[in-house]
Design a protein around this ligand. Sequence first.
Ligand SMILES: *[C@@H]1O[C@H](CO)[C@@H](O)[C@H](O)[C@H]1NC(C)=O
Length: 215
Amino acid sequence: MASPIAILTDMVNYIDFDKKSLLVSAGAIAFNPTFWNIVARREYRTKFLTRAFGGSAQTACYALAVTIFSLGLLRDFLYERALRDQPTHPLLVGDVPTYAAYALIAIGNLFVITSTWRLGITGTFLGDYFGILMDSMVTGFPFNVTSAPMYYGSTMSFLGTALLYGKPAGILLTAWVLFVYIVAIQYENPFTSGIYAKRERERAKGTGREEKKEL
Ligand SMILES: *[C@@H]1O[C@H](CO)[C@@H](O)[C@H](O)[C@H]1NC(C)=O
C-alpha cells in the first residue's frame, strides 16, 4: 500500500505543466470573480451600469448576470479543454471515481441551482450592489447546509469533472478554484454586510422620524 505522500507525488507527475491550456484555464478561473467584484463595486460607487441602462438597476443587473453567466460557460469550456490536454491517472479510472464524479456533479449542481432559485437572479448576481436588496436573509436549503452554496457547489462540480476525466490536473485546478472562491468570500462578505448594515441604519433612522411625527 503506497503512502499518501507517494500517491500525491505520483499524481503530480501526471500533471503536464507545459500545456498552455492549463494556465489559460487557471487564468479564467481567477478572472471571473475578479471581474464581477471590480464591476459590482464600481456600480455601487458610481451607478455606471444603471446609468448605461437608462437608469434601470434591474436591467443593468440582468445584463451583468448574463455577462457573468457567459463568462462562467467560457471558463467551464476552457477547463474541459485543459483536462483533455492532460494525462489520465490509472487510479482515477474505474467505477469508484466515476460514481464519485457523478455524485459530486449532482450535489454541486443541486447547490448551485437551488441557491439561485432561493435568491433569484438579482439576488444571485450581485443585486445588492445595484441597490436591489433582499428583504431578509435566506436561510432555507441549501443555505442551512453551507453559507456559500454557490461557491462550494461550483467547486464540487469542478472536482467531479476532474474525476470523470480521471485527470490529476483537474484536482489541482479544483484546489485553485477553492482558493479563489475563499479569497472572493473574504473580500465580498464584509462588503455586502456593510450594504445591509447601512440599510438597517437608514431604516432605524426612518422609523425614528416616523415616531417623532406621531408625537
Ligand atoms: C435544511 O433544510 C431542509 C428543508 O428546507 C431540510 O430538509 C434539511 O434537513 C435541512 N438541513 C439541515 C442540515 O439543517
